[in-house]
Ligand binder design. Structure first.
Ligand code: DER
Length: 220
């Protein structure tokens, strides 16, 4: 589909930043999948990299395509992370998590010296919040966390039929307006039992945005 061509173009452009010797964070979702494919091709042609995955799904794709995966538990930082977004605004603040991997995605994004978002033009928005903010919740806490989110003005909906790689549930939370994403991010993070959320307010350093006219690269 046309958006696949745009996603692939953004992903391949971002992968050009990967140099031998790097430890690379692999995102999750369809745009990130194109980045993993491009990276694997370069690795097969001699690019010497190791990677950490943000989901079991991305790890499986990376393994199948020959990328050397390492565990992250011994690392304080990685060099470069490439991941998709659900929405991203002009200040490179984003909503992520439609793919359910935002807990590990945020850890990898925060640990990356440079975090690149890759997206087709449909993800660029003037104002965040058309989409819900996903929150990863410890199952026993879901009733409490849903009430705490309602108290913040949110409308939480349990994402049916899914458990995250960590065995948790996801509440997709709609908010009337996201006027202050940083404040909401802090409030969500402070709820006991809310283990991760999809507001990426500070983590993204650059955006490769694929438009019909070509790739636009935005820096923070
Ligand atoms: O779940 C995620 O955060 C994904 O990165 C998602 O936001 C983007 O997925 P897509 O590239 O399939 O649109």
């Amino acid at each position: 589909s046309p958006s696949d061509a745009l996603k692939r173009a953004a992903a391949e452009a971002a992968v050009d930043e990967v140099k031998s010797g790097m430890i690379v964070g692999l995102g999750t979702g369809s745009t990130a999948a194109f980045a993993i494919e491009a990276l694997a091709r370069k690795a097969r042609n001699g690019l010497d990299i190791r990677a950490v995955a943000t989901s079991e799904r991305s790890a499986a794709q990376a393994r199948a395509e020959g990328i050397t995966l390492i565990d992250m538990d011994g690392l304080a930082a990685i060099d470069l992370a490439i991941d998709g977004v659900d929405e991203i605004d002009a200040r490179l603040r984003a909503i992520k998590g439609a793919g359910g991997a935002m807990l590990r995605e945020k850890i990898v994004a925060a640990a990356a010296r440079r975090m690149i978002a890759v997206a087709d033009v449909s993800k660029a928005v003037d104002r965040l919040g058309q989409r819900p903010v996903p929150v990863e919740v410890l199952p026993l806490a879901q009733g409490y966390v849903a009430a705490a989110i309602r108290a913040l003005g949110g409308d939480p909906a349990l994402r049916a039929g899914t458990r995250t790689d960590q065995g948790n549930v996801i509440l997709d939370c709609r908010f009337a307006a996201l006027d202050d994403p940083a404040a909401l991010a802090d409030r969500l993070a402070a709820i006991p039992g809310a283990l991760g959320h999809g507001l990426f307010v500070t983590e993204i350093d650059a955006l490769y945005l694929a438009t019909p006219g070509g790739i636009v690269v935005r820096a923070r």
